[in-house]
Design a protein around this ligand. Structure first.
Ligand code: NAD
Length: 468
């Protein structure tokens, strides 16, 4: 069995202890991840601090070139990384699975390389010249989840490095191996210490918590659940860290009466079931107008029935298992409760191991836990509405505010409804589509700050205003 190393100061460093990383489809051990100690974290932060002195002073062109070189590595090693990702995460190689994730990671790396934040002249007259400069911050601590681990690592690391910071990343204990390999590849093209990786099992050590408190770390970029995000925020207060928090979502979709149910079924399905629903900005609640309710339910179920679910390494699989037992149990609990209240149109019963079939449950209401909680799994609740104002009110009646969507032929009407949804991204006739040039982030409890585009890059900088 392979023991994976930490990568600290450009070196493969072995940890004193390891933990097993299991393939959720088979239960087999994929590899053993290093279980870092606090001293290991201190070493990684010290390496990143030392590298920062040099990296932050590099000309912009050097950092652009480094990001381009990382993008090229992602292209060159895409298949290796995709296979490792499938084995530890469970998502299929095909469909919107690991190969898709690696394609996204590369596209984001390429785009981030092309971004820049030139100084802005705020005033230039006889009273003087005032310029706004963007400066790197220091060591960035990145904490990532298990659902899209490679792509999210790229979302965190590339803008940090592009703007002159150095990084210590800590991946989820469920999916650390592809991140370790990713950082190893980055170290082939970056100076030592610019990007470091440490892991922890979250049981014997809590390296994420220690990073949030660490005086050597200047900013935390965190993607994960709202509960953990709140802990990060509280712990980071002591050292007044800068934070970007991308937290949970409970995205609502509203279907207006004028839709063609068959035409929207595929978009609705993938909006909800991408990555088995284990996606922050997946559709998690579907509100359908009474006049098209049964037709939309039927068209969605017809589409969902044809989706092959199986082991990710099997080229014919389109959806895989749930990634881990804790998440599986949560989905099962919410589905079991929903079965008592609603009408199961598809699925509902767990499969072998961590497999759970695409599940669609109709006739639920806003206070059913499958609607009000973030299920983060392959189970979609459908809610009937007659009054559009009431549907908008129900959609907004949530502490979350990540994404939302409106489905209609009349796009003017859809745009009016969209503007009233309380969320960071809103889509018309699609759900969850993100792109590297459009800022992405949540409102309300779904987080603070944004990623992507110039606005996302700016979050890795401090402003310095120069008066002369
Ligand atoms: P999680 O909060 O359990 O874990 C996220 C990370 O935090 C992991 O690396 C974990 O090891 C680490 N961690 C655990 N305890 C910590 C602590 N006390 N301090 C600091 N870090 C700690 O989340 P998860 O289950 O891995 O991911 C699923 C959640 O992430 C869902 O809620 C999903 O919506 C959210 N998510 C959000 C986005 C977004 O962009 N908004 C993207 C992906 C996932």
């Amino acid at each position: 069995m392979t023991d994976f190393p930490m990568i600290i100061n450009g070196q493969r460093v072995s940890a004193g202890r390891h933990f097993d990383v299991k393939n959720p489809a088979t239960g087999e051990t994929v590899g053993r991840a290093p279980n870092a100690s606090i001293e290991d974290l201190d070493q990684a932060v010290a390496a990143a601090e030392a590298a920062y002195k040099m990296w932050s002073r590099q000309p912009d062109a050097v950092r652009v070139q480094a990001c381009q070189a990382i993008a090229a590595k992602l292209g060159e090693f895409a298949e290796d990384l995709a296979q490792l990702l499938t084995r530890e995460q469970g998502k299929p190689l095909n469909g919107l699975g690991s190969r898709f994730e690696l394609g996204g990671a590369r596209a984001w790396a390429d785009h981030t390389a092309s971004l820049s934040l030139p100084p802005k002249v705020l005033q230039d007259n006889e009273q003087g010249r005032v310029e706004l400069h963007r400066k790197p911050m220091g060591v960035v601590g990145s904490i990532t989840p298990w659902n899209w681990p490679v792509m999210i690592a790229v979302w965190h690391i590339l803008p940090a490095v592009r703007s002159g910071n150095t990084v210590v990343i800590k991946p989820s204990p469920y999916t650390p191996l592809s991140t370790i390999r990713l950082v190893e590849l980055m170290n082939e093209v970056l100076p030592a210490g610019v990007v470091n990786v440490v892991c922890s099992d979250d049981q014997t050590t809590n390296i994420g918590g220690a990073m949030s408190a660490h005086p050597g770390i200047r900013k935390i970029v965190f993607t994960g659940s709202i509960n953990t995000g709140k802990k990060v925020m509280a712990t980071a207060a002591e050292t007044v860290k800068r934070l970007t928090l991308e937290l949970g979502g409970n995205d609502a979709a509203i279907v207006l009466p004028d839709v063609d149910p068959k035409a929207i079924a595929e978009g609705l399905f993938w909006g909800a079931f991408i990555n088995n629903g284990q996606t922050c900005a997946a559709m998690k609640r579907l509100y359908v107008h009474d006049s098209v309710y049964e037709e939309v339910c039927e068209a969605l179920v017809d589409f969902a029935k044809a989706i092959p679910v199986g082991e990710g390494m099997d080229e014919s699989s389109v959806l895989g298992p749930i990634n881990n037992r804790m998440q599986f149990d949560k989905v099962k609990r919410l589905v079991d409760a929903a079965r008592q209240k609603g009408r199961v149109l598809l699925g509902g019963e767990p499969g072998e191991g961590l497999f759970f079939p695409p599940t669609i449950i109709a006739d639920l209401s806003n206070d059913d836990p499958l609607v009000s909680d973030e299920q983060f799994g392959p189970a979609l609740p459908i809610i009937r509405y007659t009054d559009l104002e009431d549907a908008i009110r129900q959609a907004n009646d949530s502490p979350n505010g990540l994404g939302g969507s409106v489905w209609a032929k009349d796009t003017e009407k859809a745009l009016q409804v969209a503007s009233r949804l309380e969320c960071g991204s809103v889509w018309i006739n699609k759900h969850g589509a993100i792109q590297p040039n459009a800022p992405f982030g949540g409102v309300k409890s779904s987080g603070c700050g944004v990623e992507f585009g110039e606005e996302g890059l700016a979050e890795y900088t401090d402003i310095q205003v120069l008066f002369h």
